[in-house]
Design a protein around this ligand. Structure first.
Ligand code: AMO
Length: 434
């Protein structure tokens, strides 16, 4: 340790069993209280909080004075003796012998202790300090569990993790939401999804997945859209969209189980009960969804994607997780495979939770000629997809996959309505910093 002080215990390890032992804590000054002859420092580290207490008669006059000068969020080393104390949180505290100020803090720009702190914009402006609060801590610890559960689940199912370029030459998900960048002497784009790469890779590895950033130049300012997102993409040879939905059943089930097991404390901090998902997740077709809307007298455009009004109406009947399948071909990207004998519908799905879309996926067109036709019928120029189309001449297996918005899933798991709460450093039309 370069600064010469070694931590002996984490905050959570200070228990009555340690009574009488010498301990050294390293952490942040969360809160302090002055009670006449006693000064309390609440020390926070990655494991939680512990109370350190100095008695005026037990410490030097210099230290006694210094203790009141420390500002909250300063980094401290506290040496002392662990002591069982029924009144202390956790049943034990540290009686202070020495304190070293490792890194001082100014008065923090937002309150780290309070449950309801500043408004979201102020919190995001001061995100690094905001992230020390209990709620964001819980959210991002849950996110880490989710990412790890997804990785192990997909790996167990034969998928390998891949990393594809994010600076690309052509759009995959439509031109409207594309960011362009100066790329030496020409224009390139930020990837909206690894769609084409992951499809191509099924011809080399069969099953691939990626957890990576995707960029969308979203014009609308909503609670569920950002310009930069983390997307979970998976693609598998010899699967169809029904198989992929079953894969997602298992994935959601695994994630929920992992969070319930590993994040009990975090769920409690967010005021959440244990989470539940019943699998298989119900699947309804687009046409069935339309019947529900008709029955409820909710207007909708023929063969079009649903808007918020339609999704909110559907979610009155379909509360938790559900799939909407067999979408109109015209409303889906060129790579979704039309249903055999019914080309106006395609082998595609959205995974929903209430009215929030979490993922979408499809069986893909794996015939190069048909793919070209589909591009043209969607007003795209097949010439700009030459390198992609080339690989369809060298043994492209039938394949299917999904793309899932990590933050959307996290919103559902943590019960947050605004996606900005569950993304550490959100990017939207207004925000490019911090
Ligand atoms: P799609 O465009 O539906 O599909 O994106 C997949 C999932 O990503 C999330 N998402 C977003 N989340 C927040 N802000 C945004 N601006 C945003 N855009 C998308 C959603 C959405 O369901 N290539 C296909 C997937 C596939 O077919 O495999 C695709 O990108 O949760």
């Amino acid at each position: 340790m370069t600064f010469g002080i070694k931590r002996t215990h984490l905050a959570s390890e200070i228990t009555p069993a340690l009574d009488g032992s010498q301990v050294t804590l390293l952490g942040w000054l969360h809160e302090k209280r002055d009670l006449g002859g006693l000064r309390f420092l609440l020390i926070r580290d990655r494991s939680g909080l512990v109370q350190a207490v100095a008695a005026k008669k037990e410490v030097s006059p210099e230290l006694w004075e210094e203790l009141s000068s420390f500002k909250r969020e300063s980094v401290l080393a506290v040496k002392g003796i662990a002591k069982a104390s029924p009144q202390a949180p956790g049943g034990a505290e540290v009686r202070i012998r020495e304190v070293l100020l490792i890194s001082p803090s100014e008065d923090p720009p937002i309150d780290v202790v309070g449950k309801t702190s500043a408004d979201l914009d102020t919190r995001l402006d001061n995100r690094i300090v905001d992230l020390r609060r209990v709620e964001p801590q819980a959210i991002f610890r849950i996110q880490s569990t989710v990412a790890s559960a997804i990785r192990s689940y997909l790996r167990e199912n034969g998928f390998i993790e891949v990393f594809t370029p994010k600076i690309i030459a052509t759009a995959t998900e439509g031109g409207a939401s594309l960011f362009s960048v100066f790329y030496y002497d020409r224009i390139a784009y930020l990837s909206q999804s690894p769609q084409l790469y992951k499809e191509q890779l099924t011809s080399a590895f069969e099953r691939v997945f990626e957890i990576a950033p995707a960029f969308r130049a979203e014009e609308s300012d909503t609670q569920r859209h950002l310009s930069e997102i983390t997307m979970v993409d998976a693609e598998a040879a010899f699967m169809d969209y029904q198989d992929v939905m079953s894969l997602l059943d298992g994935l959601v089930e695994r994630v929920v189980k992992a969070v319930n097991e590993e994040n009990r404390r975090e769920l409690r901090a967010l005021g959440r009960e244990a989470l539940e998902v019943k699998v298989p997740i119900p699947r309804i077709t687009y046409d069935e969804a339309v019947s529900i809307l008709d029955r409820k007298g909710v207007e909708h455009e023929k063969d079009a994607d649903f808007g918020t009004v339609q999704l909110k109406a559907l979610s009155e009947e379909l509360r938790d997780f559900y799939f909407i399948t067999d979408w109109p071909t015209a409303a889906r990207p060129f790579y979704a495979k039309p249903l055999e004998g019914r080309p106006e519908r395609c082998e595609s799905f959205d995974l929903m939770y209430g009215w929030i879309e979490l993922a979408s996926g499809a069986t893909r067109v794996n015939d190069g000629k048909l793919l070209k036709e589909r591009m043209s019928s969607q007003g795209l120029n097949p010439d700009s997809f030459k390198t992609h189309l080339k690989w369809f001449n060298y043994g492209m297996p039938p394949h299917s996959g999904f793309g899932l918005g990590l933050a959307r899933l996290l919103m559902v798991l943590t019960g947050k309505d605004n996606i900005r709460e569950v993304v550490m450093f959100p990017r939207d039309k207004r925000r490019l910093e911090p």
